[in-house]
Design a protein around this ligand. Sequence first.
Ligand code: ADP
Length: 597
Amino acid sequence: MKDKKISPTRESLKYCFRQIKQYKRSYLPLSVLNVIIGAAAPFAELIFLPLAVDALTAEEKNVSLIITYFLIMSVLTILLQGANSIISIHLAKCEDMFLNASSMEISARCMEIDFSLTEDKHALDRIKKARDGIQWSGGTHNIANAFFTIISNGIKIAGVIAVLIINAPVLLIIIGVLLTLSAIINARKNDIDIKNFTELSGINRIFGHICWEMEDFRYGKDVRLYSAAGMMLEKTSQQIKRLSDYWENINRLKFPLNILDVIVNVLRDFGTYLYLGVLAITGKITIGTFSQMLSAGGTLHSSLQAVILGVQDIVKRSSYMYEIIRFMDYPPAMEKGDRKIEKLKSGHEIEFKNVSFSYPHTGVSVLKDVSIKLKAGEKLSVVGLNGAGKTTFIKLLCRLYDVESGEILLDGVNIREYDYDEYMKLFSVVFQDFRLLAFSAKDNILLGQDDENSDEEVDGLFEKTGILKKINSLPKGRDTMMFKQFDKEGVELSGGEQQKMAIARALYKDAPVIILDEPTAALDPVAEYEIYRQFDSLVGGKTAVYISHRLSSCKFCDNIAVFSEGTVKEYGTHDELVHKPDGIYAEMFKAQAQYYV
Ligand code: ADP
């Protein structure tokens, strides 16, 4: 079956109507009313001023009639212009609302697209294009405005054509033909803009990203200490150069079209004067009609041009807006099932069966034929050198990526078959590169899951992870904002303190499987000892996976998996592995023990 061709204009208009329906139904009727009022406003003066002047210049002056005309004219003008400005303010509010709504829709979609896409260049370009799409299309209201411009000019055209048809019909043909040429030229220019939008958006994304890195204070220390400013500025200059090359190219492509445009305009003026001049000289029209036709021709031309440009403007803006729609429909990278997860009192069993994986577009095998079983309630410690594939193992378990071959089973069923959202609820994870949000300490733990006991629960978790004293010492306690983006009294916690918060957040989720990736990397030895000491009470009988370079922490795990070069090289208890001759774990343990007293 042949695919139905998608029309970006139709899709974008549907998007605009959906937005209007969803956010402000009154937008369309108010806009129409505004067009009518805007068109009617000059008529108060047009109608009543000549009447008032006639009454003024009449021999018998009727003072009350003169005053009445002026009064009606003034009141009508005040009413119409007042209504026009009140409605305009309301419409401007809607305009902002539509733009913000599109922006929020894109942000919301960014949070739900498959994680693997967040580092996919194609997907990132699409996000940037969607954002540019809002700006370049000008949003729903700009498309609606172009639409209303077409309607109001359409009305003008009907009136002027009626006048011209009687007195100078050939002028209609002259204007029609040359305007068609202008429209073709303009369509070509729009094509150039639309075709090159992708390239411009790509350059802007890189430019924006480097600027963001330069402005973000989290990079500030490294930038200063490694004198990276020069390199960053150089990279920005390269993008500015690319941008200027881009615009130069666009100008070069458009130059002949601009010249053609000028020629067509000159021809139109020449044709109009010639035709009307001949009519006047041959006595077919009077000089008064000559000037009247000249002005009617001008109005017809400008109105027709406004209609044509309006239509082309809608097509062009729609093609930019279509980028928002395309991003909203971005195809998922992962297979997702709808199977419900059975709630098992005993916990869940997890199994990796011959799992291999390489990150998208890299072709480098990061995990090779990994098979490992994790019984319900088991505590597994994953160790290995940097780059061995430990975090990747966790990412696959959490379905941030899909395996390339082999399968991961939960209670004997491939995890792809489960409902994705339900599956995600199974895990409380603290990644090495966790991030706290610029909200209050409490909101960072609850993430919107408040209830009346939340404060006590949050304090209990802060106590367990050893951060309660610090939080209580903050200006607004647990309501103190993290970081200073939104509040000058916000706090900048140390790496270790942030890590304690992240652990508290994971514990609050209270999921059946706990995963901690280097959970104590930023903690001082006392805090680290406390976390280890309390580990059993923190994790309870839950299944836990625990990545750590501190091998002494492996002692309280049921099993240890030693990753090396993407495979599980050793597997067993601490006692089994530590005594294995020439074993990797035994070697690592010995090396580390030397430096710990
Ligand atoms: P570990 O946790 O054992 O230190 P990782 O699982 O983080 O190791 O990384 C294993 C390998 O995968 C490394 O060589 C790393 O460079 C690569 N890698 C990690 N993340 C990505 C990614 N998002 N894209 C491409 N390669 C990655």
